[in-house]
Ligand binder design. Sequence first.
Ligand code: ZN
Length: 310
Amino acid sequence: MITGGVEARPARDILSLAVLAGILKSRLVPRPLRIVLLLGLLTACAVAQVQFQVLDREVIEARLEGFSRKNDEREAILKQMFVQSGCKDDKLSEQTVKKKLPPNLICVLPGDTNAIILVGAHSDHVEVGDGVVDNWSGASLLPSLYYSLSKVPRKHTFVFVNFTAEEKGLVGSDFYAGKLSPEQRSKIEAMINMDTLGLGPTEVWATHADTTLLNALAGVANAMKLPVSVMNVDQVGSSDSESFAKYKIPRITIHSVTQQTWPILHSSKDKLNEIKKDDYYASYRLMIGYLAFLDTDLGRPATAQANTGH
Ligand SMILES: [Zn+2]
């Protein structure tokens, strides 16, 4: 997260998230294997079976605890985690942004189509503090999300990007988005950005989120009985999602900052002990359910609209 004014704090929107109107009923199916979770979302018009694997919290927490204070080492650690998770060889690549910066790190999970869901987080941090909150918390989830989605075929191609130098002004994400051709950009159906997780329950920057993506998040959270609420950071910060908004790519930023926890960012307090582990694990679970749901739902014909026709 880039932060602006010293006194300014994020603002909770008076609107609560609209629950996805189409969801009439949801159920959690017992896991046939210990790590397989099936989530059935029964919608007004279609039944979508959303399938993904949940990693144990020990794995998620070990990856969080495996941080380095050095930005270049962070990139190397993430690369190793991706390889461990099965993303390697031609699926894993680095993009040089500037000679003196660690590269962007890109992992591709090929799907049945070349429609893309891009999942991003930045791993660099400012000089003070350990930068575990902002944003090792987000970056270290990328390999786990890859793994969690990789065990069943996906309709969309998922691209996971660890961005460099977000704190220097969205440098890595701006470079990545700028390098894409208009045709490549047109294939990105969603950019899902994670920045600063685990300070509390999941929050979303609603005023800078695509409405479809926002409603889907609310629907999945409701179905999974996981919390999410609105906390806007327009006045005080920014994040990598905005590098894609410039090109009108639908985007959303998931975070955990509130007015109370805002002062932790970019301070000596940004350390592992500020992470609330239950909330962090809940954010991970919500993210997997969300991504798996978007895979089934994005690009689906808008039947609700069709039904209102003549
Ligand atoms: Zn930051």
